[in-house]
Design a protein around this ligand. Sequence first.
Ligand SMILES: CC(=O)Oc1ccc2c(C)cc(=O)oc2c1
Length: 285
Amino acid sequence: MKKLSSNRVFGGEHAQYSHYSEANKCDMTFAIFLPPIALGKGKEAQKVPVLYWLSGLTCNDQNFMQKAGAFRAAAELGIAIVAPDTSPRGESVPDDPDKAYDFGLGAGFYLNATQPPWSAHYNMYDYILNELLPSVQQTFFVNKHSAISGHSMGGHGALTMGLKNPDIFTSISAFSPICNPVNCQWGQKAFTHYLGDDKQSWLEYDACHLLQNASKQVPILIDQGTDDDFLEEQLKPDNLIRVAQMSDYHLTLNMRSGYDHSYFFISSFIDDHISFHAKCLFADE
Ligand SMILES: CC(=O)Oc1ccc2c(C)cc(=O)oc2c1
C-alpha cells in the first residue's frame, strides 16, 4: 500500500492511499480519516470502529472528505472514515463509449459485473468487501466494528452492501439513495451493461428486493431532500418505504424540506448520521 498524501485535521489525520486490487485489476485509491484517539495523541492509542462512505456518480475518494464536514464529529466520537473511489480507473479500464456521467468511470454501482468488457474490471462489490475492508483492518489502528453510508449511487451501494452483509455492518445510512435501481433509468442502464438482460440477476443489487428478503433488521437511516431534482425519476424512496412497511422492517426516512442533491445537503445532516452510527458501533462496549 502506498501513501499518497497526509493532512492533520481536527487533531486526527486525513490520508490517501493507493493499493492494487485483484478484483478490479487496477490500482485503487482510497481516503481515510483517523480520529485523534487512533493516533494515541498524548495517551495510549485505542482501536476505533470504521464508517465506510460510498460516494455517488462522478465522484472519487475526495468529494466526501473535502465537502461533507464530517471530521469534527468523527474526531470527537472516535470513528475512522474510509472513502473508496467510485469505480476502477486506468488506461486498461473501459469507459462508457458516450462518456456519459451515469455509467463507466465514476459509476461502478458497487456491484460485480458479469458482462464483457465490464466484468474484467468493474467488481467494486468484491473490491470493497474482500480487499478494502481486510486491508484497512490490517493496516490501521481500527477494531472489527464497521458501518456503511453513502450518497445517491453510493447510497444504493450502502443499502445493498449493508443489507447483503448484516453481520459485517452494524448500521446503514444514506443521503438521497437510489432505492430501487431496477425501476429507474440510471439503474436500468448500468445494470443492463454490467449484468446483462436477465432482470432476475439485477435483484441481487436492488435495495427494495434485498430489504424485502432481509434475514436481520440492521438499523437504517435515510435523509432525502424534497427539492432534489432526481427524487421522483431516479431515487424513489417511496418504493423502499412501501416494502419496509410490508415487511415490518423499521427504518427512518427524514424528508428534508428545501434541500437538494448536493453536498450542501449532506454537510447539513452528516452529524446526525455519524451519531446514528456511533450508537450502533459502540453498542457492545
Ligand atoms: C460532488 C457532488 O456534487 O457529487 C454529486 C453530484 C451529483 C450526483 C448525481 C446526480 C448522482 C449521484 O449518484 O451522485 C452525485 C454526486
